[in-house]
Design a protein around this ligand. Structure first.
Ligand SMILES: [Zn+2]
Length: 312
């Protein structure tokens, strides 16, 4: 309920939550007691869609046990319970082949996606997020995302969707700092996958160099991507119909969720430049957000280290 109230307070019309601790395997067997109130409040206040961000530990490409089985079971659990949080979308990082090679990693991802979607309610969508490509992570290029889709069983493929995290695109080397660059990425996504499957954008600026394969989120328009490219993505009319935009920017506990949603709205309405943020906005504790479940307005990403490496 705290998450939903905060979303309303800052004018959010979409919400990404964790159903449990994002850095742990354990998933609570049942949603919290206030889940029905949360769902009703979100619906009454036009907060739609709601997405669940799965545990950061998940690795769909790994073979090591018990992590492989846990990853699958964890996502099945999230999709089976998603509707009780009012969520149709379950977002997950794809994971790393951990030196075992791209082809076997890809095969494991496809087998896992088939198994997960085969065992979960037809209303739910599994949303795979692009990576910045560090640590043998699969899914740092649009071609790799398309390969997954091509491998998945056609019976369940309609329930497979994708998330583009702008900071990860940048880390993977895509120059999305300009209108042309950002539009080219969406064009290519459309060609390979179809923008109808782009259900989430994680709108994060980046403080890591382009192509560095690291993932360090920055306030909207205040990082190395900048307002031009992020604004182009927000304003692309092709994303109007189905794509929800979530912020995973720093300083949620310090109130920067409200600052960043304002900045995103300015860009959406056509601003080419954004207000300069005070120096203290860049001195937030690296881990400035609580790791507890049900946080407000956009999930958070640990910014205290580079690529988020799955454990499996
Ligand atoms: Zn993300």
């Amino acid at each position: 309920m705290r998450a939903a109230r905060r979303a309303r307070q800052i004018g959010a019309t979409a919400l990404q939550i964790f159903s449990d601790n994002p850095t742990a395997w354990r998933r609570r067997p049942e949603p919290p007691a206030d889940a029905p109130a949360f769902v009703a409040y979100a619906a009454a206040n036009g907060i739609d869609p709601i997405a669940i961000h799965a545990s950061y530990l998940i690795n769909l490409a790994g073979s090591a046990e018990p992590f492989a089985s846990r990853s699958r079971a964890n996502l099945i659990h999230e999709l089976q319970h998603a509707q009780r949080y009012g969520a149709r979308l379950v977002n997950t990082h794809i994971g790393s082949h951990r030196g075992m090679g791209h082809a076997p990693g890809l095969r494991r991802i496809v087998a896992n996606v088939d198994a997960i979607l085969g065992d979960t309610p037809p209303e739910t969508l599994l949303v795979l997020e692009n990576s910045s490509g560090g640590g043998d992570n699969i899914g740092s290029t649009l071609e790799q995302l398309a390969e997954i889709l091509e491998g998945v069983d056609s019976e369940v493929a309609p329930r497979l969707a994708f998330c583009l995290d702008t900071a990860h695109l940048w880390g993977a080397g895509y120059d999305i700092s300009t209108l042309e660059g950002a539009t080219a990425v969406l064009d290519r996504f459309d060609e390979l996958i179809g923008l109808g499957r782009l259900r989430l954008v994680h709108l994060n600026d980046s403080r890591a160099e382009r192509g560095s394969r690291t993932d360090r989120h920055e306030h909207v328009g205040a990082g190395l991507i900048g307002p031009g490219g992020l604004g182009a993505i927000l304003r692309d009319p092709r994303l109007r119909a189905r794509t929800a935009v979530m912020l995973e920017t720093p300083g949620v506990d310090e109130g920067y969720d409200a600052v960043n949603i304002r900045r995103a709205l300015l860009l959406f309405r056509g601003a080419q430049e954004l207000p300069v943020l005070p120096p203290k906005a860049f001195r937030l504790s690296r881990r400035s957000t609580r790791a507890g479940p049900g946080e407000a307005a956009g999930g958070r990403r640990r910014t205290r280290r580079g690529p988020v490496r799955p454990a499996g």
